[in-house]
Design a protein around this ligand. Sequence first.
Ligand code: ZN
Length: 247
Amino acid sequence: MGNRSERDNRWGRARVLVIGVGGLGCPAALALAGSGIGTLVLADPDRVELSNLPRQLLHQEADIGRHKVDSAAETLSARFPDVRIERIDRAIDADNAADVLANVDFAIDATDGTATKLMINDAAVRAGVAFSHAGVVGFSGQLLAVAPGRVPCVRCVFPDLESAAEEAEATCREAGIVGPVAGLFGALQAQQALDYLAGAEVPAQLHTYDGIGDRWRRIDTTSSLPCPLCAGLARGARGEGDQPWAM
Ligand SMILES: [Zn+2]
């Protein structure tokens, strides 16, 4: 990992994209800014609502109705004036994702919706940009770091996610999100970014957490079959017949 100043230098030069400045994105952005990441690119089309305030710690009551990227950028700049912050106040979608990802070293998917998460996964895998995927519902959460072509992506690990999307979103609406669980997973996403930018290997592991009973599980994902996107990358990099993943 190198010495401390070398590592701080890498973080200081890095550009990290945070997609969604809500329950996961607020703690993630705060941790990244506090760790000395040079540039944060915040993307979110939404405006602050009263119901966001308990767990979206970068927004205050006076920000209600403002773009989340504006209130988040102001809060972060006041506390960490050396961090450069860029704002994208529209949704990242299949049309603009490639352009946005082309200019970042790591991305944090802090969005909440299966279709959006799959779109971000596909765009990041195609762009070759490593990213952190997290999802929280009720008292539970999951976390997966993806380095395209080197470890399994969200589609490889959850091949049925697309068909289960509607059910998952209904569950999420019913169960809501518990603030501490979102804070925990947002902070872990920031840690995955820092590890990656410091040069650590991305482990092929899915982390799951159940806050009721405090149960953590770490699941090895190396036996996941590559999804069509990753299979293409693996063929390009290693030729047919090799191990599916470069461990
Ligand atoms: Zn994949």
